[in-house]
Write a protein that binds this ligand. Structure first.
Ligand code: SF4
Length: 386
């Protein structure tokens, strides 16, 4: 496989925001491992690390290699941009090998032109592509186009410098400045202990004296290295949260909800603007009770934080015909409800079909979340509902 080929298509897309309209679908039937139960907090360690020759020409590529060496990980220098030895005897083995491989590469030049990323931010900026976790509803599932090796970008310094041209282009929520979403095709805290890329991005935005904001969302909790960074309040870290019956059943390889909320509290105490990405909201039996417990846990986590700046992004579960095919082939025993007959069929902005909850369910969910957030966590601002 050619590591310069992006995993996800270069077309504008919003997979992690779950808006899903531009998801280009590829058939990955049969190449995913079975579902895994969500485990306790832990940090991903790849089994194999490779680097393209071009990655050695970039200071950040060398920084990543030093960081990996300190963790006892050996980096294999490739002779070109092609990665061999990923294919296994079966598709499943290929998938498992790819998911445990980290590649240090230079980002595709097309990524220098940023794409809008509604509704999360004005612009999408990629520092990596791929994720070692196994969420059974993963929005990336329909967007990947080959063995999902996680690629981290060696040309980080150039990527960050390139952002300066976009200052002053805020359209989405002007009060937050020009916003840059850095978790569209990856989970930052799943990888930052291996790359330091998001730490550098936080420092870059901290020193960038403009009305700008870096944003990302995560299901991990490794925030120790971020607490003392000079962030200047220009990075909003959101934690992707859900009720326990979703996090424990459908979010394999991520960290526990309580660890995410503890990490949110620590960042908030360190002065970061923080947020909740409540996604995907599922209309499970007794959903009010399940989500009520979640909101109470959040309220407890942010209790007494001075100057708390907390937002919520509320995203209901939806699927497309293609993403359903991919996900049910990746996770054949999944209990995830994807029943077209119980959903409303909608056409996204670009004509793609998606299945969302019926209008009455959507209204009930939305009304409940708006009321209960206002009651249980009054300081929390809702940024959008979808
Ligand atoms: S954390 Fe889960 S949903 Fe997010 S990219 Fe990784 S596997 Fe997908």
């Amino acid at each position: 496989m050619d590591l310069t080929e992006p995993l996800a298509p270069d077309a504008p897309a919003a997979p992690h925001s779950a808006s899903g309209e531009r998801m280009e679908l590829h058939d990955l039937a049969g190449i995913a491992p079975p579902a895994r139960a969500a485990g306790p907090g832990r940090r991903w360690m790849p089994r194999r690390v490779v680097a393209t020759p071009a990655a050695y020409d970039h200071p950040h590529g060398l920084r990543i290699m030093r960081r990996l060496a300190e963790r006892g990980l050996e980096v294999e220098r490739l002779s070109g941009n092609r990665l061999t030895g990923v294919r296994g005897e079966t598709d499943r083995e290929t998938y498992a090998r790819a998911k445990s491989t980290l590649a240090i590469v230079v980002s595709p030049p097309s990524r220098r032109t940023l794409q809008p990323i509604a509704p999360s931010a004005d612009w999408r900026v990629d520092l990596a592509e791929g994720c070692p976790a196994h969420c059974q509803y993963c929005y990336l599932a329909g967007s990947l186009s080959g063995p999902p090796v996680t690629r981290v970008y060696a040309d980080l310094d150039d990527i960050l410098e390139g952002l300066t041209a976009y200052a002053g282009t805020a359209k989405r929520r002007p009060e937050e400045g020009t916003t840059f979403e850095a978790s569209c095709y990856t989970d930052p805290l799943a990888l930052d202990h291996l790359t330091g890329s998001w730490q550098r991005a936080v420092e870059f935005f901290g020193a960038w004296d403009e009305n700008v904001q870096l944003r990302w969302t995560t299901k991990f909790a490794g925030v120790d290295d971020f607490l003392a960074l000079p962030h200047a309040g220009r990075t909003r870290v959101r934690f992707s949260v859900n009720c326990l019956s979703v996090t424990t059943r459908f979010e394999g390889g991520t960290v526990r909800l309580e660890d995410r909320l503890a990490a949110l509290r620590r960042l908030a105490l360190a002065g970061y603007p923080v947020g909740l990405t409540i996604a995907p909201i599922m209309a499970l039996p007794d959903w009010q009770e399940h989500y009520g417990l979640l909101l109470d846990e959040v309220a407890h986590a942010v209790d007494g934080v001075p100057g708390l700046d907390l937002t919520a992004e509320l995203i209901t579960h939806r699927f497309t015909p293609g993403s359903k095919d991919v996900l049910t082939s990746w996770y054949p025993r999944t209990q995830l409800e994807m029943d077209e007959s119980s959903r409303d069929r909608k056409h996204g902005k670009f004509g793609a079909v998606k299945y969302v909850y019926p209008r009455a369910t959507m209204t009930a969910l939305r009304t409940w979340f708006e009321q209960e957030l206002a009651t249980r966590i009054p300081s929390c601002r809702i940024l959008y509902w979808t």
